[in-house]
Design a protein around this ligand. Structure first.
Ligand code: NG6
Ligand code: CA
Length: 519
């Protein structure tokens, strides 16, 4: 049985008694703009150098910008899983970075944020990067037929997505569970085990990599002159061109906004930018001083601008809640020779923090987080409150008048909505994050604890990123408002290590702990 939310006392109205009657009558649209690998320092309003992001900056100027917001993991699949379900990814096996032929990771019986919006009468849609699997059985999908289960089974009325990532096959868009623009003359076959006879690979045919060469991995099938992870055959006219991905998903999203202007809607808009392969459209080339990675940030910002423009054109901007954030922290060389390392210059994608994508250190999960809703959220706000994407489902359910979880307990907390909207500056007492080897970190007040688990000090397969892994407990203290992750103070503060370890154990063992403990 799928879980559901109980209706609040005023199901048709917003859950805020402070609202004016006019606002109560009209629940907001919700647009989640979910960037990929966009670092804490990658937007102008977070101090970016070498690239301008006027559209994201103007959302920050017109809304509330958070400086201590976290994704739930430092890689994509687990972060997305947590955001959509409200459950920590480490509670469920199979939520690590998914292959392009992974079966659907969120079970149709699980309650998702899309289900919540649907229950509240919203139109729902997902665009762009999915990376949470499709179909019933890994590696057994027939890509030439409708795939089930797909996004319609977890609450999305409409979807136009990439099955996994741009660097993983199959390199086609999936619209409502079927390959978009399907080309019957080129049936699609996918394998993550072996190549198909006669198909070139990046490993054996480097001269066919005319658009971008790999630096590590990404040497299997070649699509659009770029090597990928995994093998595929066919696709024909349905194959995407990397330089058009941002345009394709944005056009579909704008179309959705226009078609649903008269009903409340929830839109999950997950960009490929700024994930690898970074191959922005020609018109963005050279807009930054940082080569492809910076230009991909400019392209991301263009997408933001187009969505805002469409909302404004439809007269919807005032009563649309936009949340702009990222699935995990940044990486420079993530497997392609795109000049990211060489051209980064003065820019700090990590915003000066330690670590990056994959890491247990702060830059792994500290992400940009901007909330914009002119009808409700005051402009030009900056909040240092500790917030986490784990609360998205609960906060959204509260926003739309669903009140309390019926049959599922969640790791999120609905009351955080007040923080997200700037009505409270409290924030979470703690946040838990997962690094790529499943090391958990706990932020608790002025302390950050990284549990002892062990692992290499640097990401071992290519990216030059410190992992934060250790066999010893690590404890970092906030100094001048920021954790000093260069100095492990565990030995001098064993009492605090004990408190943090105990709290983390308690969180691991009980979902509803939040409601039972007085922090
Ligand atoms: C890694 C890929 C990397 C990226 C990452 C997932 C290699 C060598 N590296 O395995 O390029 O795809 O997985 O990134 O294959 S995420 O943002 O979707 O989690
Ligand atoms: Ca990512």
């Amino acid at each position: 049985m799928k879980g559901s939310f109980k209706w609040g006392l005023l199901p048709l109205f917003c859950a805020f008694p402070a609202f004016s009657v006019a606002q109560e009558c009209e629940r907001p649209n919700v647009v989640l703009i979910y960037a990929d690998d966009l670092g804490y320092g990658d937007l102008g309003c977070y101090g970016a150098k070498g690239v301008a992001t006027p559209n994201a900056d103007s959302l920050a100027k017109g809304g509330l910008r958070f400086t201590n917001a976290h994704s739930v993991a430092s890689t994509s699949t687990p972060s997305r899983y947590a955001l959509l379900t409200g459950e920590y990814p480490w509670r469920k096996s199979g939520t690590d970075v998914a292959a392009g032929d992974a079966a659907m990771i969120i079970s149709p019986s699980q309650y998702t944020v899309a289900d919540a919006f649907k229950d509240a009468g919203y139109a729902t849609a997902a665009f762009g990067k999915w990376h949470l699997g499709l179909g019933a059985e890994s590696g057994r999908q027939n890509w030439n037929k409708p795939l089930t289960p797909a996004l319609a089974d977890i609450g999305f009325d409409y979807s136009y997505i990439m099955a996994a990532t741009a660097d993983r096959v199959p390199c086609v868009f999936i619209e409502n569970g079927q390959v978009a623009n399907y080309d019957a003359s080129a049936p699609i076959y996918v394998s993550y085990e072996r190549n198909f006879d006669g198909e070139p690979t990046g490993r054996d045919n480097p001269r066919l990599l005319y658009n971008q060469r790999h630096s590590h991995g990404h040497d299997m099938s070649i699509v659009n002159g770029i090597g990928r992870i995994g093998y595929m055959k066919g696709g024909g006219n349905a194959l995407w061109k990397d330089e058009n991905i941002a345009d394709s998903i944005t056009l579909k999203a704008v179309d959705f906004i226009e078609k649903n202007a008269d009903v409340p809607f929830f839109m999950y808009f997950a960009t490929n930018d700024v994930h690898v392969p970074r191959f922005p459209h020609e018109r963005f080339r050279g807009l930054s001083s940082m080569g492809m990675r910076g230009d991909a940030i400019a392209q991301f910002d263009w997408c933001v601008g187009e969505i805002v423009r469409a909302l404004r054109q439809q007269g919807l901007l005032d009563n649309t809640l936009i949340v702009l954030t990222s699935d995990n922290g940044p990486v420079l060389d993530d497997g392609y020779d795109d000049g990211a390392e060489q051209l980064v210059g003065e820019h700090s994608p990590m915003g000066g923090l330690c670590g990056g994508k994959y890491s247990a250190f702060e830059a792994g999960t500290r992400v940009p987080f901007i909330v914009h809703w002119p009808a409700k959220v005051k402009p030009s706000g900056i909040s240092g409150a500790l917030v986490s994407q784990i609360d998205f489902l609960e906060a959204m359910a509260k926003l739309i008048g669903l009140n309390g979880c019926d049959s599922l307990s969640s790791d999120g907390n609905a009351d955080e909505l007040a923080v997200w909207l700037g009505d409270s500056c409290g924030g979470r007492p703690f946040a838990v994050e997962m690094a790529s080897n499943h090391t958990l970190s706990l932020i608790y007040g002025d302390w950050k604890y990284i549990e002892p688990k062990g692992g290499p000090a640097m990401v071992p397969w290519g990216p030059k990123i410190a992992t934060g892994y250790s066999t010893e407990p690590q404890l970092f203290k906030k100094i001048d408002g920021e954790f000093d992750e260069t100095r492990n103070v565990a030995a001098e503060n064993m009492d605090m290590v004990e408190v943090a370890a105990k709290l983390l154990d308690a969180i691991k063992s009980e979902k509803s702990l939040w409601f039972k403990t007085d922090f």
